[in-house]
Write a protein that binds this ligand. Structure first.
Ligand code: 3NM
Length: 212
């Protein structure tokens, strides 16, 4: 079952072991994890997946792999998240099967016209909401109005997560704009206390969802 409320995408951990950060974040309330290591070779990515899988134990929090559907398949991960430079969601679905979780980055309203790939996706990720130092080669920021416009134009049953520049100070605004969850890198990976950061974000999201 996909719970998109608090989605941790892995990134710079300030020198701390990634598995420790992810384990702590899941203890703090993360509901979904994406292993994202842009320059890693497939075997390194697979080894990292195994570490994360051990770190989250029997919590059943799904771990998706960024970009690499082959690593997602060989590791037995929950699925894959793909963007514009990767294979399409429909292709990932063919490769990974009906039970896999497939996420797709959405950068503008026009992309929603690609109904085959929208249909193949379990969630869409509005990206980026705001400019972020974590990833600078993004498309133009959507802002809250862009998130709201995507939500209005999407199939209602498809969850929308929002990514890019989100932290505890603006997470509630993103949910109020129509996102069903937030995806963050630095707000957790760079936090001095990742478990506490996840806990704060999760309660902020839950409160904002309850107010809708
Ligand atoms: N994808 P932070 S922005 C991984 O726009 C990623 O597609 C983006 O990092 C996109 O939470 C982003 O530190 C990084 O702002 C988000």
């Amino acid at each position: 079952m996909l719970d998109p409320r608090l989605y941790l995408v892995t990134g710079d951990t300030r020198g701390r072991p990634l598995a420790d950060i992810v384990g702590a974040a899941v203890d703090g309330g993360v509901t979904l994890v994406q292993l994202r290591e842009k320059d890693a070779r497939p075997d390194t990515l697979a080894a990292r997946y195994d570490e994360l899988s051990i770190a989250i134990g029997d919590t059943r929090v799904p771990i998706l792999v960024n970009d690499d559907a082959d690593v997602a398949r060989t590791t037995g991960s929950a699925g894959v998240h793909v963007g514009p430079d990767d294979i399409a969601p429909a292709e990932a679905r063919d490769l990974l099967g009906a039970d896999a979780l497939i996420g797709w980055s959405i950068h503008d309203l026009a992309q929603l016209g690609d109904t085959e790939n929208v249909r193949a996706s379990d969630y869409l990720a509005a990206s980026p909401v705001w400019a972020t130092a974590t990833k600078t080669d993004t498309t133009a920021p959507l802002g809250l109005a862009g998130v709201a416009a995507l939500r209005r134009s999407m199939p209602p049953h498809v969850p929308l997560v929002a990514i890019g520049g989100i932290d505890a100070t603006n997470a509630a605004d993103v949910i109020a704009a129509g996102a069903d969850g937030i995806a963050v890198v630095s707000a957790i990976c760079s936090a001095a206390d990742p478990e506490a950061a996840a806990c704060e974000l999760r309660s902020t999201v839950d409160d904002a969802l309850a107010r809708r």
